[in-house]
Ligand binder design. Sequence first.
Ligand code: NAG
Ligand code: NAG
Ligand code: NAG
Ligand code: NAG
Ligand code: NAG
Ligand code: NAG
Length: 486
Amino acid sequence: MLGKSILFLTLTILGALADKKFPDTFRFGTAGASYQIEGGWNEDGRGVSIWDTFVHTPGHVKNNATGDVASDSYHKYKEDVAILADLGVKLYRFSIAWPRILPDGTPYKVNQAGIDYYLNLIKELQANGIEPVITLYHWDLPQHLEDLGGWLNPQIADYFGDYARVVYKALGPYVKYWVTINEPGTTCTCGYGQGIHAPGKSLVGDGIYTCAYNSIRAHAKAYRIYEEEFKKTQGGKVTLNIASSWYYPKDNSSSLDQLAADRTFEFNPGLYANPVFKGNWPQIVIDRVANRSKLEGYSFSRLPVFTQEEIDYINGTFDFFALNIYTSSIVEYTDEWPISQPTVWLDQGTITSVDPSWPVSESSWLTSDPPGVRYLLNYIQEKYNPGEIIITENGWSTVPGELTDTSRVAYLKGYLSNILDAIVDDGVNVTGYTLWSLLDNFEWAEGYTQRFGIISVDFDDANRTRTYKDSAKWYKRVVEARAIVD
Ligand SMILES: *[C@@H]1O[C@H](CO)[C@@H](O)[C@H](O)[C@H]1NC(C)=O
Ligand SMILES: *[C@@H]1O[C@H](CO)[C@@H](O)[C@H](O)[C@H]1NC(C)=O
Ligand SMILES: *[C@@H]1O[C@H](CO)[C@@H](O)[C@H](O)[C@H]1NC(C)=O
Ligand SMILES: *[C@@H]1O[C@H](CO)[C@@H](O)[C@H](O)[C@H]1NC(C)=O
Ligand SMILES: *[C@@H]1O[C@H](CO)[C@@H](O)[C@H](O)[C@H]1NC(C)=O
Ligand SMILES: *[C@@H]1O[C@H](CO)[C@@H](O)[C@H](O)[C@H]1NC(C)=O
């Protein structure tokens, strides 16, 4: 009885907003990626990546911007960790620049200075009670490997495995959470499909599937190497990272729109998640690409076929689910498109849009639909039963220089409160959240025109001075209260 009245008193004092708390098993964090923040592109023996090549060819990135200096985290990592410590977060997700460790991507030459950079960063984090979540590949492929075909070359799986082994050996004793490949769907679609990301290839009918096939094989290789050679001594967890929207049927009462929404899920996150979590491509993707390939005159499917041996090797190569979520999408059924130049979008064959009532970021196409994250978390839990989910990215972009970032606070408040509902009310096991991103940074083809940081970076100042935005101050209070605050 006493307990109950103390609880009642506490609730009364804290008020309605704070009565729902993130459980003790849940950890807050922030995220970033090597090429987007580090700079130091040609320092201390780092090799050249496909992004160096891409940005140094004018016309690829807005304002011809580059990541040569970026947020200068290669030199300012101690300042970054001090900010993380001040925010009170317990997780920091960052990626390793493959060419910083293996300058040409192959293991014959290991660059100790690169390893030392990451060791120092990890030491600094751990001295502040912050746990690293490390992504092995966040898009900065060594140029030498692209010269061999990059993610279109089946041997990339072996190169990636060798690289992963070097990193596990050097950093593994200090790391418990590994993400092999960040958003392979974005690499394959933007890098080998639309050509808007490095390496700038436009192969919309087949390159995307070949890239997906090899990304999954490479992930599985890195997972199995950890499982066989390191897990026993290092005891960490490994997974692939999946970006997903939530897909609403346009008309809830239309079974065709529901079918279209499910199919759109399978052609996007499902293409990458299904092999890892269930063993093969989604059946609907296998069937549709085979059918259209046949009608196009191919004697085989444009979607590579996994052998049974590959299926057994890939199936179950996860220890948790790493989810990136930014937005939702509305999906409408449509009749079959006529046969023409093959593309993955014709294979998918649905019409997607966004709801006009959703708030749109002033600097990009991003739309905000907070309930989507709760639907998606429940869907993933049910469909893949991953045991544990970490939201490895979620965030909002604003315009350069904006410190009073009310729209970001509103976005984060909406998403975090729906994540909290998924945890507390629906029992979804979300154990971590690394907000994208700690710092303003190089936003790929958008250069520095879109700012995702909760910390502003002055890119006109050689010092790359960091300044708290309102969202950082707000997030700090959320982390402290372990609840949604105003
Ligand atoms: C980027 O480089 C291209 C090619 O040199 C040039 O035409 C264009 O004007 C440049 N854009 C900016 C914003 O400097
Ligand atoms: C359809 O259902 C979703 C919940 O799944 C709801 O948010 C949305 O408002 C509904 N849309 C319509 C048009 O009824
Ligand atoms: C993947 O493994 C699960 C669990 O062992 C099994 O039920 C499933 O049939 C496998 N998938 C394939 C495609 O073999
Ligand atoms: C593929 O084609 C076959 C034969 O025309 C048809 O029965 C089947 O429904 C098609 N499958 C899909 C997913 O379109
Ligand atoms: C959630 O995941 C964590 C980490 O794997 C695990 O320790 C915990 O038992 C899980 N909780 C539930 C309810 O499954
Ligand atoms: C850059 O940082 C140095 C050392 O902290 C400081 O002395 C200098 O005034 C700063 N410059 C600018 C432009 O902020």
